[in-house]
Write a protein that binds this ligand. Structure first.
Ligand code: SF4
Length: 222
């Protein structure tokens, strides 16, 4: 990467991190995706009950392998042979985990976290329940404002996820939300097949130490 582009990107990341800290979030800036697992080893105590939301960012960083092999009580919602009922129960138990891991659909430069869920398990856990929440977020998720966060979901995150999950949605076929035809407003979207039902904007955190953002200087996830 060109040195000036790199410097510009770093200043944007540092500004976002500073604003997140002002809003009560702990932030660590990591240079590489490969730094995530070693940092999580330091943060997550042995024996902790650990869970996570669906996340390509976590998968790309090797987090699931860490949880399966490490000294944790891992609520593995994707383990081989798990039944739909067991998976649902696993996601319910995650709401009382010691440590909950997730990524974000967007980090707003002013220091806010934006996530959109289909059934709300991830957004619920990040808001209340788990004692500790750790976000792993790539630099590609930083956006200038709320409108850009909504647009990012409608034009990048959701189409890519519906393609991955083989959902029969407009965005999986066309590469952008059906609402983009009429301006992409947050209140508009598709119907029964939608994975964009719960929009959660976290403005700040009032529980000291509960929320940590690992902000990775590489593009990871959707
Ligand atoms: S509301 Fe529907 S069409 Fe729009 S991005 Fe979400 S899943 Fe795709």
């Amino acid at each position: 990467m060109d040195a000036n582009i790199s410097r510009t990107l770093r200043l944007r990341v540092e500004k976002t991190a500073e604003n997140l800290r002002k809003n009560g979030f702990e932030v660590q800036i990591l240079e590489h995706a490969t730094d995530v697992v070693p940092v999580l080893r330091e943060i997550i105590p042995d024996g902790a009950v650990v869970a996570h939301g669906g996340s390509m960012s976590l998968a790309e960083c090797g987090v699931m392998e860490l949880l399966r092999s490490g000294p944790y009580q891992y609520l593995d919602r994707d383990r081989a042979g798990i039944t739909p009922e067991e998976r649902l129960e696993c996601m319910r138990q995650a709401l009382l985990s010691d440590v909950y891991l997730a990524s974000a659909n967007a980090l707003i430069e002013s220091g806010m976290i934006y996530n959109v869920d289909g059934n709300g398990n991830r957004t619920a856990a990040t808001l209340y329940g788990p004692k500790k929440v750790i976000y792993v977020v790539g630099v590609n998720k930083i956006v200038p404002d709320f409108d850009a966060a909504v647009s990012r979901v409608k034009k990048i995150a959701c189409p890519a996820n519906t393609m991955r999950l083989a959902c029969k949605t407009y965005c999986a076929e066309k590469g952008e939300c059906v609402s983009c035809i009429s301006g992409g407003n947050i209140e508009n979207g598709c119907g029964n097949t939608s994975i964009c039902n719960d929009h959660v904007l976290i403005r700040r955190n009032n529980a000291p130490g509960r929320v940590t953002v690992l902000l990775v200087m590489e593009s990871i996830g959707y």
